[in-house]
Design a protein around this ligand. Structure first.
Ligand SMILES: Cc1cc2nc3c(=O)[nH]c(=O)nc-3n(C[C@H](O)[C@H](O)[C@H](O)COP(=O)(O)O)c2cc1C
Length: 381
């Protein structure tokens, strides 16, 4: 393929020693159907679809670094070496289908111990208790619950914090052992790391609370620990809630994120994945006032103010032209999709045809599909 003239979404991207075949990334998406933390056939077929569909990089859903950090009983885990073989099978499958396998690490902090989304996303109720699920106490930088639908959390001690940092480090090592090429730390959406850096959720004293520097400390120590246990030739990404979006001029701001991104970079972080929101609400996807491309300005600003630090744009990106323009304008280096990919797992292949023409059926679609579709397009029948 002539890369000079191909659409930007199809152009490769290199970070450390990892070479991505294009700029399109499947977002981490929890499925809530794990069994005791282990993935199932569902997860493998679910993610394999997107490799066939042309995504250059595919993220696992958030893998919980310890049991306390789970959202639900259906979350996937990475708190033991026992998870490595099934995750290795997943990473191998994605690689064999032409995609770069990427893993995300998660600790849900104050939002832990909830029903699955389609069961209500609230505290465990009779139905869940009847099938043997029991409550556990969420960990947070405040004992105050930020949403009436959540359990009251326990305020973290210094020992709790060290245990969380160690759990992220061990999880990074396991992701390498499983063969993932990219690691991302989930530091957004009101989960543990975000709850520490947001002034709306952290009422701790220094060294992990108080000033912005104190509140950022956990995010940075986790980045350092992951970097130490993740190979130097593999990239480390970091997802931020770039703004709290709680009320106008309150909470964590984009200016704060510019500073945090610069500090993360000093810890060996290679790319900032720019999301937002999540403190005190159910989830970013459900409650924020959203419009197409609403988070792209965050990726653009962090990229512009930290020259040489790549960013990823995510959030209501649904059209091929939108993704192409984000890259053409230099607003981000990678474009990530979540729900639109659920709707159309072949989104990248379809976008290639839309931007590049019918011959892209033969140029980048798997021949098992593309050969037929190219001929159908030529004959229009
Ligand atoms: C089913 C589902 C599960 C999600 N799980 C995660 C997750 O595990 N980790 C994460 O960082 N974001 C998660 N998200 C948020 C997405 O990664 C993404 O940021 C968000 O949906 C906005 O992108 P979209 O408009 O393309 O859907 C999830 C979203 C959905 C729809």
């Amino acid at each position: 393929m002539d890369l000079q003239t191909s659409p930007r979404i199809l152009q490769p991207f290199s970070v450390r020693d990892v070479h991505l075949k294009n700029r399109l990334v499947l977002a981490p998406m929890q499925m809530y159907v794990g069994k005791d933390g282990f993935l199932t056939d569902w997860h493998v077929q679910h993610l394999a679809k997107y490799a066939v569909g042309g995504f250059g990089t595919i993220f696992t859903e958030g893998l919980c670094v310890n049991k306390r950090g789970r959202n639900t009983y259906g979350d996937l885990g990475i708190w033991s070496d026992e998870f490595i073989p099934s995750l290795a099978h997943l990473a191998d499958t994605l690689r064999s289908l032409g995609a770069t396998p990427a893993a995300q690490l998660l600790h849900t902090g104050p939002k832990a111990c909830r029903q699955r989304p389609w069961e209500g996303y609230g505290m465990l109720a009779a139905e869940q208790l009847a099938r043997g699920e029991t409550h556990w106490t969420p960990l947070a930088p405040s004992a105050e619950r930020k949403n009436p639908g959540w359990l009251a959390p326990e305020k973290a001690t210094t020992d709790d914090i060290q245990a969380v940092i160690d759990a992220f480090a061990a999880a990074a090592r396991r992701c390498d052992a499983a063969g993932f090429d990219i690691l991302e730390v989930h530091g957004a959406h009101g989960y543990l790391i975000h709850s520490f850096y947001s002034p709306l959720a952290n009422d701790m004293a220094p060294p992990y609370g108080g000033s912005r520097e104190g509140r950022m400390r956990l995010a940075l120590e986790i980045a350092q620990a992951c970097r130490e246990h993740w190979p130097a030739h593999k990239p480390l990404f970091y997802r931020l809630s770039c703004v709290d979006r709680a009320e106008e001029n309150s909470g964590w701001s984009l200016d704060d994120s510019v500073v945090l991104a610069a500090e993360l970079r000093k810890c060996g972080v290679d790319l900032i994945d720019c999301s937002s929101g999540g403190i005190g609400r159910f989830s970013t996807a459900q409650v924020m006032r959203r419009e197409p491309l609403f988070q792209v300005p965050y990726a653009a600003r962090i990229r512009a103010d930290n020259p040489g630090l790549p960013t990823m744009a995510v959030g209501l990106i649904t059209q091929a032209r939108q993704a192409e323009d984000i890259l053409a304008r230099g607003q981000a280096d990678l474009v990530m999709l979540a729900r639109e990919a659920l709707f159309n797992p072949h989104w990248p292949l379809q976008a290639a045809v839309e931007l590049g023409g019918d011959d892209y059926f033969e140029r980048i679609w798997p021949p098992q599909y593309g050969w037929w579709l190219h001929r159908r397009a030529l004959s229009n029948s």
